[in-house]
Design a protein around this ligand. Structure first.
Ligand code: PMP
Length: 361
């Protein structure tokens, strides 16, 4: 067996011990005589798996008791519509921070449901720099403020949350959840597609303050109401059973092998520093994101020549470093160094980049 270093933005590399355990349990989970994939979601074995997964998430993220954890399909993109359909029930107004591709999509989707304002945008910098949210006055009557905390495509990340007063903050944490501790009580709603730091694609985790669950806009389908998930422990219909099982094991790995979210943060800071320190001193590669806005998860860079970028990605792949090509909208390169990427993967990538730099002076 040989495994690549996978720098994909998602679906992305998963912890090897988790994959190995899933493999060992593939034909029989415990003494159930079946794979988790084959198991009824109403069976006692599966009910224990989903309950345990939620318990572990609550423990790892220190989620307060007045927040519900919901397991939803439809990806993070479906939250772009569920959030307005469920939360735009007061003034019918919301403020959006547009800091990249996904927050723009979320904004555009919401405009179909109410009076939506772009409160701040990173457009002027070509999204390489985040807008200064401390300078923004948010609508105090808004039903919520929406941000995308980590911008997967541009490689930027908000380190500080905006002060939205009593207006709930709804945040897309798809590409940074579980990478470091967060204070859940500062958010009204957190959502994250699973396919980066949580597990396989097909699952979106929503952490929502209880008082935000209730009325919805007229005509909101049953499956798009948070209430449906909250009242039925995410089992109104069949949940993405296998993805939730893997998620539970990923959380076990974070807790038991990585030192929880504090340990995860130290591990991620170390990897990001190796890559950014090299990018800052390289005379060939230039970092894509402004120093003030850099993401610890998605590191973007260019050589300045589209041709050389292409050669780099090709040669990197031959050397075992996969999926370094930047998103098609921005070009260049992007190394996604999520939780499961080992330090050694980043060290070896930087050694390869140094060699490439010497050869292409
Ligand atoms: N938000 C962010 C920050 C993302 O990175 C992505 C996907 N990479 C999405 C939303 C969309 O996620 P999905 O494909 O699960 O709908």
């Amino acid at each position: 067996m040989s495994r690549i270093y996978n720098f994909s933005a998602g679906p992305s590399t998963l912890p090897e011990p988790v994959l190995a355990r899933a493999a060992s349990e593939m034909l029989e989970y415990g003494s159930s005589g079946q794979s988790v994939m084959e198991m009824s979601h109403r069976s006692p074995e599966y009910e224990a798996i989903i309950a345990d997964c939620e318990k572990r998430l609550r423990r790892v993220m220190q989620i307060p008791d007045n927040y519900k954890v919901l397991f939803i399909q439809g990806g993070a993109s479906m939250q772009f519509s569920m959030i307005p359909m469920n939360l735009l029930t007061g003034s019918g107004r919301a403020d959006y921070v547009v800091s990249g591709v996904f927050s723009k999509k979320a904004y555009e989707e919401a405009t179909g449901f109410g009076e939506i304002t772009v409160a701040a945008s990173g457009k002027d910098s070509g999204f390489s720099k985040l807008p200064d949210l401390s300078a923004v006055t948010f609508d105090s009557e808004a039903d919520y403020v929406h941000i995308c905390q980590n911008n997967t495509i541009y490689g930027t990340c908000f380190k500080d949350l905006p002060d939205t007063g009593s207006v709930p903050l709804a945040a897309d944490l798809s590409s940074c959840i579980l990478s470091e501790p967060v204070d859940v009580s500062k958010y009204g709603l957190i959502y994250a597609g699973a396919q980066k730091n949580i597990g396989p694609a097909g699952l979106c985790v929503v952490i929502i303050r209880e008082d935000l669950i209730g009325d919805t806009l007229p005509g909101t389908p049953t499956m798009l109401q948070y209430k449906t998930y909250s009242e039925n422990d995410s089992m109104y219909n069949t949940p993405p059973t296998y993805a939730i099982y893997i998620m539970g094991m990923v959380l076990g790995w974070i807790q038991d092998e990585m030192g929880g979210l504090e340990g995860m943060k130290a591990h991620n800071q170390r990897k990001a520093a190796i890559l950014y320190n090299y990018l800052d001193e390289s005379s060939l590669f230039k970092p894509g994101a402004d120093k003030s806005s850099r993401s610890m998860m998605n590191v973007t860079f260019v050589t300045g020549s589209a041709e050389l970028d292409k050669t780099f990605c090709q040669q990197a792949q031959k050397a075992g470093f996969f999926n370094l090509k930047g998103h098609r909208l921005v070009g260049g390169m992007r190394a996604s160094i999520y939780n499961a990427m080992p330090v050694e993967g980043v060290e070896k990538l930087v050694a390869f980049m140094k060699k490439f730099e010497t050869e292409n002076k």
